[in-house]
Design a protein around this ligand. Structure first.
Ligand SMILES: [Zn+2]
Length: 350
């Protein structure tokens, strides 16, 4: 439902040409794009995480347009420099890829090389360490492989039928929402581990299958086009950690681990999950105290000059697999759609 509303909202903006009119007002100084998986479309009707992937063809179309367009494609360091010096002659775009998936290296990296465009990769270090829990994929696997599922909801055993694709989709959304509503990350992980144990899904395999290993990350990091940023150790929803010291440790230790592996200290951070329920003022302050030059959220928005005072709370625009059409992206990058979502507030850092 919400998807339909967003989609028709963007169609309206695009076809009315309103975003063109609003661009000078709302377009800001630039935009940071969020991408996750890049890989050929897969068969199968049950793909609840599809919004996190785009096809290589769609990426190539985007890169081709960026290469020939009027925006500067720049690094995170250059974004930081522009904010510090106040040099905003040309609007910019920055390409960021979260989590460090193998498909990045296989599909996205050759295209970035071909068009010689800089990019940033945010690595949660437990992923190449093969200790990470990609719980959103594990839940998908449990629901995909079963037609009936028992789940402890608030301490009570409940059963759900999920034989049909529509039931699987509905159940995934319900379970995902339930997990995200939990007070702590420990509770969330415990429920997912219990589900995996009951339905014989080995959560460790997803890390192994999907994420780059250290050797692959080291090779990428050697490319001058690449910036490697921190994404914590365990990819936990930081706002759910009761202890401030734990939040600090997740950020600082991931930076140290990356520095040890790559020989270069990361200056940039992305908060896991990154929406308003995952990172807030406490996280923004800690990232700033730890000396990160920039830290990015997944709160939707373009960048304005005033973000100079919020460099560890930067918004991004997600290149969402559900909206793989260039015209959607054009509207989003114009700032018009996100300005509407944000009620025309420029900074959303509360
Ligand atoms: Zn992530």
């Amino acid at each position: 439902m919400r998807k339909t509303i967003i989609r028709s909202g963007m169609e309206t903006l695009y076809f009315s040409g309103m975003h063109q009119l609003m661009r000078p007002l709302l377009g800001g100084v630039g935009v940071i794009l969020t991408l996750h998986h890049v890989r050929p479309a897969r068969r199968g009707a049950f793909q609840p995480n599809r919004l996190l992937e785009i096809t290589p063809e769609f990426l190539e179309e985007l890169l081709y347009k960026l290469k020939g367009g009027h925006l500067d494609v720049i690094t995170l360091d250059e974004i930081h420099r522009r904010f510090i010096t106040g040099e905003f002659k040309r609007r910019f775009v920055c390409l960021t890829f979260d989590d460090g998936y193998k498909d990045f290296k296989l599909w996205a990296y050759p295209l970035l090389r071909k068009y010689e465009l800089p990019f940033a990769l945010y690595i949660a270090t437990s992923f190449p360490d093969r200790l990470g829990e990609l719980w959103w994929i594990a839940v998908e696997a449990v629901i995909a492989q079963n037609s009936r599922i028992g789940l402890l909801v608030d301490g009570k055993e409940q059963f759900f039928t999920c034989g049909m694709v529509s039931e699987k989709r509905e159940l995934y959304n319900a379970v995902y929402g339930y997990l995200r509503s939990m007070k702590t990350e420990d509770e969330l992980r415990a429920v997912v581990r219990d589900l995996c144990a009951r339905y014989r899904v080995d959560i460790a395999t997803f890390c192994q299958e999907l994420c780059m290993d250290w050797q692959e990350i080291v090779e990428l990091a050697a490319d001058p086009l690449a910036t490697i940023g921190a994404h914590t150790i365990n990819h936990k929803i930081l706002k759910k950690l009761p202890d401030e010291a734990a939040v600090r440790a997740e950020m600082a230790m991931s930076r140290s681990v990356l520095e040890a592996a790559l020989g270069k200290r990361p200056d940039h951070l992305a908060y896991p999950v990154g929406d308003a329920t995952s990172a807030g003022p406490r996280e923004f302050r800690i990232a700033s105290e730890l000396g990160f030059k920039t830290a990015v959220t997944t709160r939707p928005g373009v960048l304005f000059k005033v973000h100079r005072d919020h460099l560890t709370a930067l918004p991004r625009i997600s290149v969402n697999g559900e909206f793989q059409q260039q015209r959607y992206l054009k509207v989003l990058m114009s700032g018009a759609a996100t300005a509407m979502w944000n009620g025309f507030r420029r900074v959303n850092a509360a």
